[in-house]
Design a protein around this ligand. Structure first.
Ligand code: PLP
Length: 438
């Protein structure tokens, strides 16, 4: 494999690309380069960031929702700065005021009757905790997940969903991780019938599949099956939670009360890594039996806790939740207008700010990503359904920002619709491409 930074970039950018290729993640640098993207983030502020060579981007990727409250949100920065005045990471062996308060708030705001919170450094670790907890609570090993899902890249999370990367690392466990197609309730029942499945894990609206909204009865029927076969329901709300659907947690839109809920990404306010697994009494009973059953030196680091509390306050604020829905409707009207002139935009999948634009070409999402990138909007296609562009608008954007973005979508579609229709691609392992939820 050989890589040359593009000739037209500055020497500073070429240096970063070179170093990243040589020492950090060559396959990803090369993979993006082959898609026409050689991005190095520089300045960032609100819902915009700038490439280090100065090109401005409206951020419709938000790194999977990490920046749902914006880049370097001043209010959150102030909370973090204040925490740094008196706290540090803390010692996870001991109870802590910061963690106790955050746990109490999470339990109060979680759907259903939750009891415990395990803090983690990121989403993958938090999913691992969810799986371990379900196994311990049920005494069973098997985990059912969607074959188009992405739940992370650590051991257990990496073996769920599409496990091509787990296979790549010889870390898959097909005997324990059963994959079922999206919207196929019978397949879930066939898997649960043997009464040896610990949990069904579902990302409430699967990002890697382009945020196609599940039908009204899909998630409730899975929950009912879980109850019938004594299997736990794990809701992965890493991308869909924190108000993005107009509900604090997307599962609430279906009235589903999970046994375990996982939050990460945006929970950090984009400033300090923190994630959480929220457990009901049964799922978390092991915490009383084994105080050191899961240990994470940085999980729930105290400096991040007040920040996450403020994130929860902002994301559960009823005014902000209705604002998100108004913005969603504003986009819906804008996209409908574009669609009238450009049937290339086939379908808009949307629940609140969780959106996917489906195009009339197997690789339409990729072509749109590139066309938008060239004119200053960063959004990424769905890793396992390349006809769809994931659209993740910020939680606090205003209509002026929407107008600017809609204009760029309109301009980009004119370019993308002229591209030849090429075969779909899947961003999975194999060395060359990146994989994951993007
Ligand atoms: C739905 C979902 N679950 C879990 C994860 C894993 O989170 P992290 O990257 O913080 O480990 C991701 C990350 O993209 C995700 O999108």
């Amino acid at each position: 494999m050989s890589y040359q930074p593009p000739a037209q970039v500055s020497s500073e950018k070429a240096r970063v690309l070179r170093l990243a290729y040589d020492h950090v993640v060559p396959g990803r640098v090369q993979g993006f380069h082959e898609l026409g993207v050689d991005l190095v983030m520089g300045k960032r502020e609100g819902y915009r960031f700038w490439d280090i060579d100065g090109q401005e981007y409206l951020d419709f990727h938000l790194n999977g929702g990490v920046f749902t409250l914006g880049h370097r949100n001043p209010e959150l920065l102030a909370v973090l700065r204040q925490s740094l005045e008196s706290l540090d990471i803390g010692n996870h062996h001991f109870p802590s005021l910061a963690r106790a308060d955050l746990a109490e708030q999470l339990i109060r705001l979680a759907p259903g009757k939750m009891q415990y919170v395990v803090f983690a450094t990121g989403g993958s670790e938090a999913i691992d905790v969810a799986i371990k907890s379900a196994r311990r609570a049920t005494g069973r090993r098997k985990i059912v997940s969607l074959d188009i899902a992405y739940h992370g890249r650590t051991g257990l999370s990496g073996a769920t969903g599409d496990d091509a990367t787990a296979v790549f690392f010889n870390s898959n466990s097909p005997q324990d991780f059963i994959k079922v197609p999206f919207e196929d309730v019978d397949a879930v029942e066939r898997a649960l019938r043997h009464e040896d499945v610990a949990a069904v894990i579902i990302e409430t609206i699967p990002a890697t599949y382009g945020f196609i909204t599940p039908s009204a009865d899909y998630l409730p029927r899975i929950k009912a099956l879980c109850e019938r076969y004594d299997t736990l329901y794990i809701a992965d709300e890493v991308q869909t939670g924190l108000g993005r659907t107009g509900h604090l947690w997307a599962v609430s839109a279906w009235g589903v009360e999970p046994d375990i809920l996982v939050t990460a990404k945006g929970f950090s306010g984009g400033l300090y890594p923190i994630a959480a697994t929220v457990l009901n009494a049964r799922a978390g009973a092991w915490l009383a039996e084994n105080g050191w059953g899961h240990v994470s030196g940085f999980g729930g680091a105290e400096v991040g806790c007040a920040l996450a509390q403020r994130v929860l306050e902002i994301c559960s604020d009823p005014g902000n939740l209705s604002h998100a829905l108004r913005i969603s409707d504003y986009f819906a009207a804008g996209f409908a207008d574009i669609q009238r002139r450009h049937p290339y935009l086939r379908r808009v999948h949307r629940l609140g700010l969780v959106m996917g634009l489906e195009f009339d070409s197997p690789r339409g999402g990729v072509d749109m990503m590139k066309a938008l990138y060239d004119i200053g909007l960063w959004a990424i296609f769905a890793g396992f359904k390349s006809s769809i562009l994931q659209v993740k608008p910020g939680f606090l954007i205003d209509t002026r920002y929407c107008d600017e973005a809609l204009e760029r979508f309109q301009d980009a579609i004119r370019v993308a619709e002229r591209q030849p229709k090429r075969d779909a691609i899947r961003l999975v392992s194999g060395g060359r491409s990146t994989s994951g939820s993007l």
